[in-house]
Design a protein around this ligand. Structure first.
Ligand SMILES: *Cc1c(COP(=O)(O)O)cnc(C)c1O
Length: 413
């Protein structure tokens, strides 16, 4: 059973690079996230190579996973960072990113976030509101900058082939600016004397199933910006898909790039992949707390839940579940559920899997993106530790420890 070069089953043991996951988990409390930095490095290099023909510069979308060791690994590889809040900017800077290499995106930046980002010298602002342009212009003016790089985020009104919760480019979505609003801004540059509006941004969604909508969005983007030669940069956002099922094939990146390349000639190209960099490098390890058979069903109640990984509850996402040690137990159809008081707290429904017993450990696969990043303290649960296996594949360390009860009440007044 091979998920990728780093995560696979060898002689009945789930391995992360050179290490049996079971050996690491034995030394830790569960639930715990494990990430292969080697796989993350490999994913980054693969994306970089695929977009080489259009000269694409990658800003890793930190919202997918803002673990410090992951950010450092990617920054060392030369990646910039795509941040969507003051908090993500702080984490990126803390991890060693140069302010110039950060793009600040998001449809609801506060005036304080904008002021702070301008003072720090953030490289690009991806803008989604006209009023936001005024705020950024004022912040730039107050520090005497006149060349702040801005990309306008375009809502191309195309429907991406993906889950409705992660589509962002259709007309009714809250994201981006209409073609009309973008033309208005570009027709009146004198309204924003401290800004250099020289980029256009278009991100139509995540886990994109095919290239048709992307190509359509790029064609519409080109049409919009052709009258404005000052627009020299096209930021295509992220959304590159990931295989969540064992053996699933995903659309070829090389094919996508060769299809979009003719439209991008003459432009600087920026990219913001998140999921495709980290998803398949991460697993969430959980322990079976109870086994219950009722209403004709088998329930495995594990110590991980929707508070560590909300994707199944939020998107109906399917994650493979693999025991750390394979058994030849008979296959059963089971429900893998967490302890949280919500009917949606189901990690796997009607899943064919080898029978488990109390104390067995399983890995919830492909959990590196939008896992820990979306973790919450709901039910006053402690957010889990994160462990990284180094790029050498042979050593591991705790990158972020588990929260404590003291920390849970720290902000109570
Ligand atoms: C979420 C998001 C990304 C990253 O998306 P992935 O699907 O994780 O690659 C990039 N850019 C923007 C604007 C986003 O909202």
């Amino acid at each position: 059973m091979v998920f990728n070069n780093s995560i696979r089953v060898v002689d009945a043991a789930l391995m992360i690079d050179d290490l049996p996951v079971d050996a690491i988990a034995r030394e830790l409390e569960t639930p715990v996230y494990l990430y292969s930095l080697k796989r993350i490095q490999e994913n980054y290099r693969r994306l970089k190579a695929a977009f080489e023909p259009v000269g694409g510069r990658i800003h890793y979308s930190a919202k997918a996973n803002s673990n410090a060791a992951i950010l450092r690994t990617l920054i060392d590889e030369g990646a910039g960072i795509d941040a969507v809040s003051g908090g993500e900017i702080a984490r990126a800077l803390q991890a060693g990113a140069a302010a110039q290499d950060i793009v600040f995106a998001g449809g609801g930046k506060t005036v304080a976030e904008i002021a702070s980002a301008v003072e720090r010298g953030i490289g690009w602002f991806n803008v989604e509101n006209e009023l936001e342009l005024q705020y950024i212009n004022e912040a730039a003016s107050s520090i005497g900058t006149e060349e702040l790089q801005v990309a306008l985020r375009f809502n191309p009104e195309v429907s991406a082939n993906t889950h409705p919760h992660i589509a962002t480019g259709h007309g009714g979505a809250k994201f981006g600016l209409t073609a009309g609003a973008i033309s208005d801004a570009l027709e009146q540059p004198e309204r924003y004397p401290c800004l250099n509006i020289c980029g256009i941004h278009v991100h139509i969604g995540s886990q994109l199933g095919d290239s048709a909508a992307t190509i359509q969005a790029i064609a519409k983007t080109k049409q919009l910006i052709i009258p404005y030669p000052e627009i020299h940069t096209i930021n295509l956002g992220g959304g590159m898909p990931v295989a969540y099922r064992l053996g699933q094939t995903i659309p070829s990146l090389d094919k996508l790039v060769s299809e979009i390349a003719p439209h991008l000639r003459g432009y600087q190209v920026l990219l913001e992949p998140g999921r495709a960099v980290v998803a398949d490098a991460g697993i969430l390890v959980a322990t079976v707390l109870y086994v219950k058979e009722q209403a004709g069903k088998i329930f495995y109640i594990v110590d991980a839940s929707m508070t560590e990984l909300i994707r199944p509850a939020l998107y109906g996402a399917r994650h493979e579940i693999v025991p750390l040690l394979q058994s030849d137990n008979e296959p059963v159809t089971a429900q893998v559920v967490g302890p949280v008081c919500e009917s949606a707290d189901v990690l796997a429904q009607d899943r064919e899997m080898a029978r488990l017993k109390v104390g067995d450990q399983v890995a919830i696969m492909t959990a590196g993106a939008y896992g820990m990043a979306m973790a919450s303290n709901y039910n006053s649960r402690l957010r889990p530790a994160e462990v990284v296996v180094a790029v050498d594949g042979a050593s591991w360390s705790v990158s972020r420890r588990r929260e404590t009860i003291d920390e849970l009440v720290l902000c109570d007044c």
